[in-house]
Design a protein around this ligand. Structure first.
Ligand code: UDP
Ligand code: MG
Length: 325
C-alpha cells in the first residue's frame, strides 16, 4: 500500500529541515508498524528563497522525495491541485510544511480511514483536522473567520465545518473525485465538502508556525472568503432582487403615507437631508448589487478562458504530457 504525502511550499526554507526530519520519523514508524510505503510530493509554489534547493537535495538523497516546481507563485490551491494530480498513492495525505499541521497525527488518521475499512464499524473515506482553539490568533481575525463559516453555512448548500483545515488523509476514490473538479477558481475547503464522502474530524489545538512567516493578511483572507461565498453559492446574486423588491415596497408605502398626510393636513413633505440620505442609500445599494454581479461575472470570465491552473518549470517526476530534459 502506497501513501502519498503532499506538501505545498512557498518560501519555507527555514522550516523545511524540521519538517523533513519530523515527517520521516512519523512515516518510518508507520512503515515499521503497518508495512505501508510512502512517497513525498513537495510542490514548490514559486518560492523566492532556497526552498527548491532543499527539495532537490532531499530528492537526490532519497528518491521517495519528489518535487514539482512552478514557474511562479500560483497560490496554495493550485499547489494542492498539482500535488493531487501527480500523487500515485492508494491514499493521500495533505499537509502544510510549517508544522502547524502536526505530522504526529497522521497515524491516528491512518487508523480512522484504513482501519475503518477493515473493521465492522462506520467506514470513513477521509480524516481531517479541525482547529478548536484559536489561541495566539488575533481576536478580530477569529471573529471574522467564525462569521464566515456561519454565513456560508446559511447561504450555501455546501456546508463547511467551522475550523476545518486542509490537513487531510483521503482515499484514492475521494482524490479522484476532487480531481474531477477542474475549475480555475479553486476553494479547497468547499471542494472537499462538495464531493461528499464520509469524513471524520479530529480536533487539534492551535500550534504556532515552527519558523518563517505566514502569507496571510486581512485582505487576502477577505478575498479568500469572498471566493468561498461566490464559489459555492449563488445566494448573493439573489440579494439584489430581494433588496430591490423591499425598497420598492418601502417607496410605495412612503408615497401613500405622504399622500394621505397631504390630503388630511395639507402639509407637503420637505427636507434636504431626508432626500440626501435616500439618494445615498440607494446609490450605495445599487453599487453593492453591481459589485456582486461583477464578482460572478469575473469568475465566469476566468473560467471561460480555460487557463491552466499551474505551470511546471521543473520537476523530479514526469507528469502527464510534460517532459523535462
Ligand atoms: N503556500 C503555498 N502557496 C502560497 C501560500 C502558501 O503553497 O501562495 C503553502 C505554505 O508553504 C504552507 C501552506 O501553504 O505550507 C500554508 O501557508 P501559511 O502557513 O502561510 O498559511 P496559514 O497556515 O497561516 O493558513
Ligand atoms: Mg501555516
Amino acid at each position: 500500500m502506497l501513501i502519498s504525502v503532499i506538501v505545498p511550499c512557498y518560501n519555507e526554507e527555514e522550516v523545511l529541515p524540521f519538517f523533513h526530519e519530523k515527517i520521516l520519523e512519523v512515516t518510518d514508524g508507520m512503515t515499521k508498524k503497518h508495512g505501508c510505503e510512502f512517497e513525498f510530493l513537495f510542490v514548490n509554489d514559486g518560492s523566492k528563497d532556497k526552498t527548491l534547493l532543499l527539495l532537490r537535495k532531499y530528492n537526490e538523497a532519497d528518491e521517495r522525495f519528489k518535487y514539482i516546481s512552478f514557474s511562479r507563485n500560483f497560490g496554495k490551491e493550485s499547489a494542492i491541485y498539482a500535488g493531487l494530480q501527480n500523487a500515485k498513492g492508494d491514499y493521500v495525505v495533505l499537509l502544510d510544511a510549517d508544522l502547524q499541521h502536526p505530522p504526529e497525527r497522521i497515524p491516528e488518521m491512518y487508523e480512522i480511514v484504513v482501519g475503518s475499512g477493515a473493521g465492522s464499524g462506520e467506514v470513513y473515506d477521509c480524516a481531517a483536522t479541525r482547529r478548536v482553539s484559536r489561541q495566539g490568533d488575533s481576536k478580530i481575525l477569529a471573529f471574522f473567520s467564525n462569521s464566515f463559516y456561519k454565513i456560508n453555512n446559511k447561504i450555501s448548500n455546501t456546508d463547511i465545518k467551522g475550523g476545518a483545515q486542509d490537513f487531510r488523509f483521503m482515499t484514492r476514490q475521494m482524490v479522484d473525485a476532487i480531481l474531477s473538479m477542474s475549475e480555475y477558481s479553486r476553494f479547497s475547503k468547499g471542494i472537499f465538502s462538495w464531493v461528499g464522502f464520509n469524513t471524520k474530524y479530529i480536533e487539534v489545538g492551535n500550534t504556532a508556525r515552527k519558523a518563517g512567516k505566514s502569507n496571510w493578511n486581512f485582505w487576502k483572507l477577505l478575498s479568500y472568503s469572498i471566493d468561498g461565498f461566490t464559489g459555492f453559492s449563488t445566494a448573493p446574486l439573489r440579494l439584489a432582487s430581494i433588496l430591490g423588491t423591499l425598497t420598492c415596497i418601502a417607496a410605495v408605502v412612503a408615497a401613500i403615507v405622504y399622500l394621505i398626510r397631504f390630503i388630511v393636513t395639507g402639509e407637503t413633505a420637505g427636507g434636504f437631508y431626508t432626500l440626501m440620505c435616500t439618494v445615498l442609500l440607494f446609490g450605495g445599494l445599487q453599487l453593492l448589487c453591481i459589485g456582486i454581479l461583477g464578482e460572478y461575472l469575473s469568475k465566469t470570465y476566468l473560467e471561460t478562458k480555460r487557463r491552466p491552473i499551474y505551470i511546471v518549470k521543473e520537476s523530479s517526476i514526469l507528469s502527464k504530457g510534460q517532459k523535462h530534459d
